[in-house]
Design a protein. Structure first.
Ligand code: GLN
Length: 454
């Protein structure tokens, strides 16, 4: 009731939730109370969570913040949310996001932008919470849920976590099942939690992760007790600092907090090693070929027949066209056009195949440093702190918006785990995050190391 009250009081301003499931939340909480009285408590018993609108929730609003899924209420539950409910968690509602998870500011949502609960010192400017999991990050930061689900295709868990002073982890590709999560770019998409601290993130990921026969890319490895990794020493661990992440013109505060993070780890006994990831500069352009290519294919299913919105037309082709014209927003249409172009017969080899080769090179960069004994890599999470809603520069040039992902996309391209952890505040008084990147399925190392920094 306290959380529902907080949502009702703040959501008109923040716009973090697109649907609040009052009744369901109370029913689930009652059922949880009953289990408690019977002495049957689970890991997340009674913990109230917000769910990104990308996760299918049975009988409940699931629209990926898009108009084209108007009125869609799935008859099935995503594996990730089913895992959470099986552990006793309670659903408060569905969280706002960029449409189909395409964006870095939560401004492409059909439901309008989310406000970051943070503002710069002495400033009245409303800031974005980052994206695409902007609703998840804002809701956690503003105490409108105890934790949230999110997804990350190119940075959508880590960048909003960094912009709101929260913790977000994108686990290794295959750690969580993608079944029942609306697909954006299937070879990059991964679910993960956004939480108030590293411990909460560890507890939530333990519950979300599982192998799943319904997603053949999910991996059959035991899910460790991530929480147990907290408090373990980082003494003797080798932390890589990639020189390619020192960008020209990077704000001084980002540089400063990065150095501070390095100092914390060194003081805790870790060895700091300069490393090189030479193909880093190609990650962003390659991502913006691979991700739209997969999106153009995944989004072909929204045809006005199977789900959501249908705009009548004079014949079936016209109906498809009218539905897609009215149902998709500008950014989604841009991605479909880019994706269709790079997959088309004449350009497939020049763009798509080449981007896939670059992807392999990026992956090899990481394999090489890990083979050299590096345990984890420390970088800034984002090149700046949160920017203003309706930023003129970004609106005029979508590529400026894409640059937000410069430190995060490499991790998705390589399928590795990455965590964003609060690093401190910049001169404007806004949170900045650091990112730790780990070896495949070594999320424990990330939790352990992030806990030293937070
Ligand atoms: N901002 C990136 C994009 O727009 C990443 C989004 C994501 O991780 N879902 O594609």
């Amino acid at each position: 009731d306290a959380y529902l009250g907080a949502i009702d009081a703040a959501n008109d301003t923040l716009n973090a939730y697109v649907a609040v499931t009052h009744e369901q939340a109370r029913d689930m909480a009652k059922a949880s109370d009953a289990r408690r009285s019977a002495g049957e408590t689970s890991a997340l018993e009674g913990i109230p969570l917000g769910i990104k609108d990308l996760f299918a929730t049975e009988g409940v609003h699931t629209q990926a913040a898009s108009h084209i899924l108007d009125g869609f209420k799935p008859r099935y539950e995503s594996t990730v949310t089913a895992n959470l409910w099986a552990d006793g968690a309670v659903m408060l509602g569905k969280l706002n996001m960029d449409e189909f998870a395409m964006g870095s500011s939560n401004e492409t949502s059909y439901y309008g932008p989310v406000k970051n609960p943070w503002r710069g010192q002495g400033s009245n400017t409303d800031l974005v919470p980052g994206g695409s999991s902007g609703g998840s990050a804002a809701a956690v930061a503003a105490w409108l849920c105890a934790g949230a689900t999110a997804t990350d295709t190119g940075g959508s868990i880590r960048q909003p976590a960094a912009f709101t002073g929260t913790v977000g982890i994108k686990p290794t590709y295959g750690r969580c099942s993608r079944w029942g999560t609306v697909a954006f770019a299937s070879s990059l998409d991964q679910a993960g939690p956004i939480a108030r601290d590293v411990r909460d993130a560890a507890i939530l990921l333990k519950s979300m992760a599982s192998v799943d026969p319904k997603d053949t890319t999910s991996v059959d490895l035991p899910v460790p007790d991530y929480e147990a990794a907290l408090g373990q020493s980082v003494k003797g661990m080798k932390i890589g600092i990639p020189r390619e992440y020192r960008l020209d013109g990077m704000p001084e505060d980002v540089e400063k907090l990065w150095s501070q993070g390095i100092a914390y780890l060194r003081d805790a006994g870790a060895e700091i090693v300069d490393i090189s990831l030479p193909h880093t500069k190609y990650a962003l352009p390659a991502y913006y070929i691979v991700a739209p290519a997969e999106a153009s294919s995944n989004l072909a299913r929204y045809d006005g027949v199977r789900y959501g919105l249908r705009v009548p037309g004079k014949d079936i082709t016209d109906m498809y066209e009218q539905t897609r014209a009215a149902g998709f927003g500008r950014e989604v249409k841009r991605r479909i056009m880019i994706g269709t172009y790079v997959l088309s017969a004449g350009y497939y080899d020049a763009y798509y195949v080449r981007a896939q080769k670059v992807r392999t090179l990026i992956k090899r960069d990481f394999e090489t440093v890990f083979a050299d004994g590096i345990d984890a890599i420390l970088t800034p999470a984002t090149p700046s702190s949160a920017f203003g809603i309706a930023d003129q520069d970004m609106a005029a040039d979508p590529v400026k918006m894409y640059l937000n992902d410069i430190f995060t996309v490499t991790v998705n391209m390589a399928g590795l785990p990455g965590i964003a952890v609060p690093a401190g505040l910049d001169a404007k008084g806004l949170p900045l995050g650091l990112q730790l990147i780990g070896k495949p399925f070594e999320e424990e190392t990330l939790f352990r190391t992030a806990h030293v920094i937070e």
